[in-house]
Design a protein around this ligand. Sequence first.
Ligand code: C2E
Ligand code: MG
Ligand code: MG
Ligand code: MG
Length: 284
Amino acid sequence: ILGPVGLILGVLLTGLVIYIAQRRMSMEGELQAAFDRDEFFVEYQPVIDLRTGRCVGAEALARWRNEEGKLISPNVFIPLAEANGMIQRITTRVMELVVRDAAELLRTDPKLHIAINLSSEDLHTHGVEDRMKELMAGAGMGPGSLMFEITERGLMSPDKARGVLLAVRAGGFRVAIDDFGTGHSSLSYLATYELDFLKIDKMFVDTLGTDAPTSLVTFHIIELARSLGLQMIAEGVETEAQRDILRERGVQYAQGWLFGRPMSIHKLGEFIVQAASTEQPAAT
Ligand code: C2E
Ligand code: MG
Ligand code: MG
Ligand code: MG
């Protein structure tokens, strides 16, 4: 009696698997074509100095609007590109776009910094720092105005990553560890790599002001970063309560919807001016 039902289920399941595989393959093809059609662009999320309210820079976030005009999330196309070997092309494209977009802004205010996300693949082959240097020199920008963000996952093969990371820092770029606390790497790398910034993941920021036991973990992350001499950027700050707790705990920088969503470079320019005009005198 289960025979026909089982058969139907089997056919349906096979159909579903084929459907998913085909969607993935067509998405890969589209990703390839996206380069030719110039469908990538970058949005910039402001980074705020919590002591003054001033905007000190931004994080560059990759965006893909496909042929049908639909925005595909980087949470979808970045992992896909990592799996099919196209991530380095995307990284290069993002670097080109940032240099094209931000050169003028960074020349008018050399203290601003822009952060670019790297994937683990970018850390496994040399060249990312040379490519970036060349691009920046061509635009009259110095490496000091650029930061690279790497995730803990990017440091999973520490021996491969170490050489590239050292070269990046020797080149004068700053380095941040992104999504801190969400990966599975050992804590020892925090002390052995020369990092500049630790980004506190939204997952931990979300616990602030709640009675979740994990909020204690957040405070420990802050203390850990401080004891290692790392500067901190809190990610995903959405409420004033979160902002106030972070400030009380001595976290200097933050990003999040409370301050500004990712925006065009043009909007970022206006945002910086606006934030400067309402600047608070630095509290001690
Ligand atoms: P990420 O580097 O941790 O970037 C932060 C993400 O959180 C961004 O999502 C940002 O839009 C979002 N976000 C910022 N503030 C808030 C907030 O207050 N609330 C909420 N709910 N979300 C907030 P996005 O742009 O969708 O990017 C997702 C991830 O994709 C990034 O996480 C990064 O891992 C990856 N990614 C984006 N662009 C690139 C890129 O150019 N290269 C690489 N390798 N990865 C990228
Ligand atoms: Mg990031
Ligand atoms: Mg992050
Ligand atoms: Mg993240």
